[in-house]
Design a binder for this molecule. Structure first.
Ligand code: ADP
Ligand code: ZN
Length: 605
């Protein structure tokens, strides 16, 4: 085990680095500057913490968030790491004591708020210290194009220039458009940095935008459907958080309000009750969430449109950190837009800014608001919208957001799924997705021949499908736990627990496929009018029979056949046989049973 892995294990209790962490740490330890753009929760802090411990001398971490600093320093202390912090929330005595410890060489990692950097006593101290690295957290705050520009961040370059020896500079941020990234590089004068941008896609998050007609009622119904799961409701004003929390409690949902106006004690208590799971729902302003590490938040509702996509992404991103599915719902009204517009038109009370800068900031804010407006009004894929905003390529259909769902229909792929799973079984779980696809398509190439796969019974049984269709179903089977990827001794797909019900008990599998909105609406309308109870009854019958005979349900009759049965309601054995087709494996007894079911249905309607 190398040193950084040993530290990861001993100080943090983790065995593996997350994507990107290792690369950034290696670059820093090699003496290079870095810029890490990683979404919230990706694990940025470990990058500078582990680097700091392995570098000689001390490292500074500049962070704007006092509560986050306190949490991190406390966690580092628990891990036995000499960290300390300097911020304006401390008393003069506390700061002096900390400075004394630093001067005595007792701190390895110093967290400091940006506004403390240029305090003369700290500048003096810093000039004496062997500073190896300066880590700038939330580095987007340095950019005027960013959504969270903080004038105090502009002191950082001056502070760096004042140091006797230029340290390694590492910059981290969770939200940076291409423009903001450039700005960070420029402002901090990073020298040929290692730039690392990890994907902003959070595949387990389902994004949805709904126009509000009765926002409170919509929210109540949404939360009731969550079965007591944990969630956050973001409001635009402090006042609203109190009202709404009370109204939720009144409707039987344990909820508490949170905003920056509460006493620190009360805030901590609310946080703690939420993190422990005692209180499932927090109704908060955007002050809630920073530094709160709760992995199982199942929903984030925005009760009002946030001011920009950066904020939305960050707040919604507090859902589903454990990787399990989570729902991000935005309920908006036109008046949200007006509220933001109004607030942005006001002059910020900030003596650190010139008039020109104030005007510039206003323009930037309004431009970002415009992009947010596009998000709530778009009819195209919401995930794509978000990812493109952050400069990432994305397909125009994700199938996992409200807009994709509105422009898609559910397609039954039970038969396809059964064929694929049978094939995995026939090749003894030795093939990867690509190879399976080729076998199912019946491609007679040397690889397949030499392995003898051209002789398995599932060779070529999906000749009529395209490779994309097959791969889509395979991906879905992995997602729903019917197949699992293994790497030993080579990448391959194996059957997992969910496969059996699909193969032998006729459990239906469906995926979403893109069609026009109009088509989607039509299909939904027609489906509901078509004897759903009978269809359900016939499916149940098919499932039972398949289980009894130990054969895949699609071999008895396909879903397409089922649809015809439901529409045509055959009353005679001859008619029924005709619909079932000549290859039907059903016995006469089965046919009689089906006629009974159809008859019973017909009689009762
Ligand atoms: P960020 O600053 O990027 O939002 P954090 O640094 O707060 O994220 O990390 C988010 C969570 O992920 C923390 O609970 C952290 O302990 C955890 N984490 C970080 N790195 C790893 C890792 N390599 N393995 C497992 N968990 C990790
Ligand atoms: Zn989508």
């Amino acid at each position: 085990m190398d040193l950084k892995h040993r530290l990861l294990w001993e100080a943090f209790g983790y065995t593996e680095f997350r994507p990107g962490q290792q690369k950034l740490i290696d670059a820093i330890l090699a003496g290079r500057d870095v810029l890490g753009v990683m979404p919230t929760g990706a694990g940025k802090s470990i990058c500078y913490q582990i680097s700091a411990m392995l570098l000689p001398g001390v490292s500074l971490v500049i962070s704007p968030l006092i509560s986050l600093m306190q949490d991190q320093v406390a966690a580092l202390h628990r891990a036995g790491i000499a960290a300390c912090l300097l911020n304006s929330a401390q008393t003069i005595q506390e700061r002096r004591e900390t400075m004394r410890l630093i001067a005595a060489g007792r701190c390895k990692l110093i967290y400091i708020a940006p506004e403390r950097l240029m305090a003369p006593e700290f500048c003096e101290l810093a000039a004496q210290l062997p500073v190896s690295m300066v880590a700038v957290d939330e580095a987007h705050c340095i950019s005027q194009w960013g959504h969270d520009f903080r004038p105090s961040y502009r002191k950082i370059p001056r502070f760096l220039n004042n140091l006797p020896k230029r340290p390694i500079i590492s910059a981290f941020t969770a939200t940076a458009t291409a423009q903001v990234r450039e700005d960070i590089l420029q402002a901090l004068q990073l020298r040929e940095p290692e730039r690392l941008v990890t994907s902003f896609d959070r595949p387990n998050l389902y994004y949805e935008v709904r126009r509000a007609y009765d926002r409170e009622d919509q929210l109540l119904r949404f939360i009731h459907r969550q079965n007591g799961a944990s969630g956050i409701v973001y409001c635009l004003t402090r006042k609203k958080t109190g009202q709404l929390a009370e109204s939720l409690r009144h409707n039987g949902i344990p909820a508490l309000a949170y905003h920056a106006g509460l006493e620190p004690m009360a805030r901590r208590q609310v946080q703690q009750q939420f993190v422990s799971g005692e209180i499932p729902v927090i109704v908060a302003t955007n002050a809630f969430g920073m530094g709160i590490d709760k992995p199982d938040v199942r929903f984030v509702v925005h009760f009002g449109m946030p001011r920009d996509i950066e904020s939305y992404y960050q707040e919604a991103g507090r859902a589903g950190r454990d990787g399990a599915p989570a729902h991000c719902l935005l309920l908006f009204e036109e008046k949200d837009i007006q509220l933001h517009q109004f607030l942005m038109e006001q002059d910020p009370e900030n003596p650190a800014l010139t008039d020109e800068e104030v005007a510039w900031l206003k323009r930037q804010n309004l431009a970002r608001l415009d992009r947010m407006k596009c998000y709530v009004f778009t009819e195209t894929c919401l995930r794509q919208h978000i990812l493109q905003y952050f400069g990432q390529e994305a397909p125009d259909f994700c199938g996992q957001c409200g807009n994709c769902e509105a422009s898609s229909v559910e397609k039954d792929v039970t038969t396809e799924a059964q064929k694929i799973l049978s094939c995995v079984y026939r090749v003894r779980e030795q093939c990867n997705a690509d190879m399976l696809c080729r076998i199912l398509l019946g491609k007679d190439d040397p690889d397949i021949r030499s392995a003898g796969y051209h002789a398995v019974s599932t060779f070529g049984i999906m000749q009529d499908s395209t490779p994309e269709e097959i791969l889509t179903v395979i991906q879905h089977l992995v997602a729903i736990g019917c197949l699992v990827r293994q790497d030993n001794p080579k990448p391959r797909l194996c059957l997992s627990a969910g496969a059996k019900p699909v193969l032998f008990q006729g459990e239906a599998v469906s995926i979403r496929v893109q069609v026009s909105r109009q088509e989607a609406r039509l299909t939904r309308d027609s489906r509901t009018s078509e004897n759903p109870e009978l269809a359900k009854e016939l499916r149940r019958f098919r499932r039972k029979l398949a289980g009894l005979r130990g054969v895949p349900a699609f071999l008895l009759f396909s879903d397409r056949t089922l649809e015809q049965l439901v529409r045509k309601l055959p009353r005679s054995e001859a008619k029924l046989s005709r619909i079932l087709g000549e290859n039907s494996r059903l016995r006469q007894r089965d046919l009689q049973k089906m006629l009974d079911i159809i008859q019973k249905y017909g009689d009762s309607h």
